[in-house]
Design a protein around this ligand. Structure first.
Ligand code: SF4
Ligand code: SF4
Length: 351
């Protein structure tokens, strides 16, 4: 049944190399990286899967690649990869720290037809520089300016913690001044170097207060502040909430996209750091259909300690990466337990 195309994204971390060393980075160790030939082959592998879904289920897909790192601009073959991705019918976007985006690079990105570039900004100058390094705030803004001069859409992305929760309004005002229309955010996942910032992670009450304040921020300005974080979606949800045992929104892991790490490892989400196979040696079509990890993420009965009996399960399921990071801190490899920052649990009528 054709109709509105289903979106499916592949977030591809092309390298773990980086020109920064941010305090909250979830990168845990250096990783080998696939060369261009292997990346190309991996893309063909993914395309084969998506083509087969379209035929098998008589559906239309709208696929995209989000290339990131580390810092993706450290890959010398980035522009060949972008060209290859577009050739295979995928929209492309980039996630970068912005420091390497000179006018020349911005021009090449425009030529490559990237749909948008997501740039990380952690707060206003003092907070950003504390997290990402001295002097990086202004260098990041220069990168954004170079992109905007080529009319490339930019999205500012903030990793939320106590360090910057009071600066969202200020960042939205800054975004408006520099011609950026979107500000997105994700929650700090206390893993990798981010473990050292575990005490700065928000409590459920702080998170609820922050999400409540977004309505006023969004009403007052031209910048859209939003997040794909399932809990943020719930906070903004007004209409009837779909019930049932099939995910229709919320956490993308196992459902609406996949992550490829630099060495080809396939992960439900990079922040989970949980490999289920390798794009260089396994059929993506088969893995997507058969991986027990992916099926556990899709199955209501696999969840425990909260989400499984929640009214919002089909549209939320919490952040599995955050659940896993907290479980790991207690020595457990459990990604299906409660999202410890959730303020919204509500018992479903059917449970
Ligand atoms: S318990 Fe919280 S995180 Fe889990 S589904 Fe419900 S609202 Fe979402
Ligand atoms: S695990 Fe968390 S970060 Fe990953 S897709 Fe789900 S909600 Fe997003």
């Amino acid at each position: 049944m054709q109709g509105t195309p289903y979106q499916f994204f592949v977030q591809w971390h092309l390298t773990e190399r980086c020109n920064l060393r941010c305090r909250h980075c979830y990168q845990q160790k250096n990783m080998a990286e696939l060369d261009y030939a292997a990346v190309r082959q991996g893309m063909a592998n993914i395309k084969e899967a998506l083509d087969s879904w379209e035929t098998q289920y008589d559906m239309k897909l709208s696929p995209s690649y989000q290339f990131t790192g580390g810092e993706p601009l450290l890959r010398r073959d980035l522009f060949e990869i972008l060209a290859q991705a577009r050739e295979s019918g995928f929209a492309t976007s980039l996630m970068s720290n912005g420091l390497l985006i000179t006018p020349d690079i911005a021009h090449h990105l425009w030529e490559a037809g990237v749909a948008d570039v997501q740039i990380s900004l952690e707060g206003l100058e003092t907070v950003h520089d504390y997290i990402r390094g001295q002097g990086t705030f202004w260098r990041t803004l220069r990168g954004i300016e170079n992109l905007r001069n080529k009319d490339i859409d930019c999205i500012i992305n903030v990793t939320l913690s106590r360090l910057n929760m009071g600066q969202i309004e200020g960042l939205a005002q800054l975004a408006e001044t520099i011609g950026v229309r979107y500000l997105s955010f994700s929650r700090l996942v206390p893993c990798g170097r981010g473990e050292e910032l575990a005490d700065e992670a928000l409590t459920p009450q702080e998170l609820a207060g922050l999400y409540r304040s977004l309505e006023a921020i969004n009403a007052g300005g031209k910048v859209k502040v939003s997040s794909l974080d399932p809990l943020a979606t719930i906070a903004a949800m007004k209409e009837d909430v779909p019930q049932g045992d099939f995910p229709v929104g919320g956490c993308a892991a196992g459902m609406f996209g996949v992550t490829i790490a630099a060495d080809g490892s396939i992960m439900p989400c990079r922040r989970m750091g949980l490999s289920i196979g390798n794009i260089a040696v396994q059929s993506f079509r088969v893995l997507w259909a058969e991986s027990p990890v992916l099926w556990s993420l899709r199955s209501r009965q696999s969840y425990h300690n909260g989400c499984e009996s929640c009214y919002y399960w089909a549209v939320c399921r919490g952040c599995r990466a955050i659940a896993l990071a907290y479980a790991r801190a207690e020595g457990k490899e459990d990604y299906l337990g409660a999202d410890p920052q959730c303020p919204y649990y509500r018992k479903a009528a059917s449970q």
